[in-house]
Design a protein around this ligand. Structure first.
Ligand SMILES: *Cc1c(COP(=O)(O)O)cnc(C)c1O
Length: 407
């Protein structure tokens, strides 16, 4: 792993050099958003200094530069997830918009009264609410795959939920609240046995696990740039062409049309049919730099590094009296959620912040997960490629100090 020089990597991220409350920053809130390498920050400056102009519109030089750069991102995303064609990569605002797009457009095309949609008990709100809205609109029914006490999906219950009424299955690849890696390949195979398509929410997987959409045979894949070292405001919806072609457009406006008259409008082809209006051009273009950065390190190397840290942190946390880890699935990635009986997660978060340590506390946009475990929320430490054992040691020392004050 000579490629993975952690000191050099940390140097790539300017913000990691700053102090917070007089202490060196220990950033363990990567599940919420990741920091950006200088390489991406420079790409942003370069965009505004060298090519700022609208995409897919102008004949002029700068517009062609920015259009080409925007389309480079699409190609890099296609290669990164091994999609069959560029047209299957829809550039969105993020995971939330990607899922809403599918719920809305797939819903209009395929979901009717009495149909069923299956999600899981460990979904982020953005993979729950759009489906609830669709169900309400269509008179369809939402079914939920339950999970066990370790935070693993009950695959037998899933098998029983699948039926001729099922129109789509939507599940997280990795739970943002528990860290569970779900058996998505098996989930997809079981759905396909009944000709049911599957959407995978890969917001917490894409930055940690190599994903090959053709190998998975997934029908829709959604993820956000900002959790994979790119700027905020850009994300991806991958969809199989047959499905995207069969779906009506999401929003109406510029770019998504072929011809407009007051009598009738014809729609543009993929991917533009789903990309109405001026996108976040800056983020869209600089997303490519983030993918280059990940590729320069190698997703497998990133995974190995993070898995090692996860095991180290888990073992250290378990040694602290009173700490109870929420989510002890056999297969986990980069997220450790925990509670300490008798202490509110928020109070731990506040003390850690005073020590320069950034974690998230609360329900992590996954309130049903908290209800499942009968807790108001957790403290969540989530890892990225630039974290170190020293970060974990500082975090554990900070937590020990916080508990001494609170207990
Ligand atoms: C962050 C997250 C989302 C939502 O992503 P946005 O970037 O806020 O749109 C959805 N699902 C999971 C699992 C997430 O972690």
């Amino acid at each position: 792993m000579e490629k993975f020089d952690i000191n050099k990597i940390r140097n790539d991220f300017p913000i990691l050099k700053r102090e917070v409350n007089g202490k060196p920053l220990v950033y363990l809130d990567n599940g919420a958003t990741t920091q950006k390498p200088k390489f991406v920050i420079d790409a942003i400056t370069n965009y505004y200094e060298e090519m700022n102009s609208n995409v897919h519109r102008g004949v002029h030089y700068l517009s062609q530069l920015s259009t080409d750069a925007f389309e480079v991102t699409r190609r890099k995303v296609q290669q990164f997830i091994n999609a069959k064609e560029e047209a299957e990569i829809i550039i969105t605002k993020g995971t939330t918009e990607s899922i809403n797009l599918v719920a809305s457009c797939f819903g209009k095309a395929f979901v009717h009264e009495g149909d069923e949609i299956i999600i899981s008990a460990m979904e982020h709100h953005s993979n729950i609410v759009p489906w609830q809205m669709l169900c309400e609109d269509r008179g369809a029914v939402l079914r939920v795959i339950p999970m066990n006490d370790k935070g693993e999906l009950d695959m037998k219950a899933y098998e029983e939920l699948l039926s001729d009424k099922t129109k789509i299955v939507a599940v997280a690849y990795v739970s943002n609240a528990l860290g569970t890696i779900n058996p998505v390949k098996q989930i997809i195979e079981m759905a396909h046995a009944r000709n049911v398509p599957v959407l995978v929410d890969a917001a917490q997987a894409i930055q940690h696990i190599a994903i090959d959409v053709q190998e998975l045979d997934v029908d829709f894949l959604a993820f956000s740039g900002h959790k994979m070292y790119a700027p905020t405001g850009v994300g991806v919806l991958y969809g199989k062409r047959v499905l995207l072609d069969a779906m009506p457009p999401y929003q109406g406006g510029g770019d998504m049309i072929k011809d407009v008259t007051f009598e009738k409008t014809t729609y543009n082809e993929l991917p533009f049919k789903f990309e109405a209006g001026t996108p976040n051009i800056e983020a869209g273009i600089c997303f490519a730099a983030a993918i280059d950065y990940i590729n320069s390190l190698g997703i497998e190397n990133i995974k190995a590094h993070e898995d090692e840290l996860l095991a180290y942190a888990t073992q250290k946390l378990k040694a602290i009296a009173g700490v109870r880890i929420i989510g002890e699935a056999e297969y986990k990635s980069s997220v450790i959620s925990f509670v300490v009986d008798g202490v509110h997660p928020y109070d731990i978060g506040v003390i850690l912040d005073k020590l320069g340590i950034a974690v998230r506390t609360g329900h992590h946009c996954a309130q049903p997960v908290m209800d499942r475990f009968n807790i108001p929320g957790t403290v969540r430490a989530s890892l990225a490629l630039y974290n170190t054992k020293e970060d974990i040691d500082n975090f554990v020392a900070g937590l020990t100090r916080a508990l001494n004050m609170l207990l």
